[in-house]
Design a protein around this ligand. Structure first.
Ligand SMILES: O=C(O)CCC(=O)C(=O)O
Ligand SMILES: [Fe+2]
Length: 342
């Protein structure tokens, strides 16, 4: 199969309809061909037919808007600088996802678990497990966010099964690294408009750390993806779709046959606000990503070699690398020892 024989269009990402998996063998094999091509050639696509209801989405969007409308003092009561687990609120200007200053504020939410302080000899990434910080004034936010994590984990699991099948691998190969101890993550994000200093970086270019990201974006736009020509191209919002991208673990798993794609967000102009909610489908922190057995493994080019962004096969280290880089205030306050040894 020649995957790159057609000239790519940069106007929109490939559109993948997950519901085709249930429409008989012919529809399913067409889905697999499209998924294979989208994942291998672009690493990004628009997902429709995912089955998430408009009601559930509306609940999450409402909770997101309500959160950012709270008085600043209520948001700062959840300051992530007070959480050694990188949970809670990051104010605008305090985050450095790609190593330089982002212009967005956000609430980081993960699996709701008790704090796990690593003992002697235990891996430092255990710090990533811990309680969330919830806004007392918005009790509905907790329910909406946790319901979203549960629902999108199911969609992502199904999508991963179809994707692995599409490239000729066993669908359930990575099931053991998910399960009850998986480490999903959700962010409620606002881009408040222009920083006013000529910079237009909403979030700097980066790859995501896990398997798959399912992003809900509003109609404002500004997300850009690095395509085959090396340039960043806009991802026009598509009503009802999730923007899906492959994370670093799929690059590790396939030895670079599937690539985690760089992406960034350009700030909306003036005082325009943009809201987005990325959901990260991540495995257990202690998962070691074994090489995927699949027919293209022998032809895989190897993972990208970027000294500024090493890829770790043990998931917890991969996320910890990103969190220490993106949240320097949390890192310096709680993890100075880790920074010294990094
Ligand atoms: O807000 C967006 O559209 C993308 C956010 C993103 O890439 C991230 O937070 O990892
Ligand atoms: Fe991202």
């Amino acid at each position: 199969m020649t995957l790159s024989s057609t000239t790519p269009s940069y106007d929109q990402l490939p559109i993948i309809d997950l519901s085709a998996a249930d429409r008989g063998p012919q529809a399913r094999s067409l889905l697999h061909a499209q998924l294979h091509s989208a994942a291998h050639d672009v690493g990004f696509f628009q997902l429709v037919g995912h089955g998430v209801t408009p009601d559930l989405t509306a609940r999450l969007v409402r909770a997101t808007h309500d959160f950012f409308r709270l008085p600043e003092a209520d948001r700062l009561a959840l300051d992530n600088v007070n959480s050694p687990h990188f949970r809670g609120y990051t104010r605008t200007g305090d985050e450095r996802t790609g190593g330089s200053r982002d212009w967005r504020d956000q609430l980081d939410i993960g699996a709701e678990r008790p704090a796990r302080v690593p003992g002697p000899g235990e891996p430092a990434y255990l710090w990533l497990q811990g309680p969330n910080q919830w806004p007392a004034a918005l009790p509905g936010l907790r329910a909406a966010a946790l319901a979203w994590i549960d629902r999108l984990s199911l969609v992502a699991r199904r999508l991963l099964h179809e994707l692995l099948t599409a490239i000729g691998a066993p669908a359930d190969f990575y099931d053991p690294v998910f399960g009850a101890d998986a480490h999903p993550h959700l962010k409620l994000v606002r881009y408040p408009g222009s920083a006013g200093d000529g910079a237009d970086q909403g979030v700097g270019a980066h790859k995501d750390y896990g398997f798959l990201t399912l992003l809900l974006q509003d109609r404002v736009g500004g997300l850009q993806v690095q395509r085959e020509d090396g340039r960043f191209h806009e991802v026009p919002p598509l009503e009802g779709a999730f923007v899906v991208n492959l994370g670093e673990l799929l690059e590790v798993a396939t030895d670079g046959y599937l690539v985690a794609t760089n992406h960034r967000v350009v700030s909306p102009p003036g005082a325009t606000e943009r809201f987005s909610v990325p959901f990260f489908y991540n495995p257990r922190l202690d998962a070691r990503i074994a090489p995927l057995p699949f027919p293209h493994a022998a032809a895989a080019p190897g993972v990208s070699d970027d000294p500024a962004n090493p890829l770790f096969a043990e998931y917890g280290y991969n996320e910890l690398k990103g969190k220490l880089r993106a949240h320097p205030l949390v890192a310096r306050r709680h993890h100075a020892g880790l920074l010294a040894s990094a």
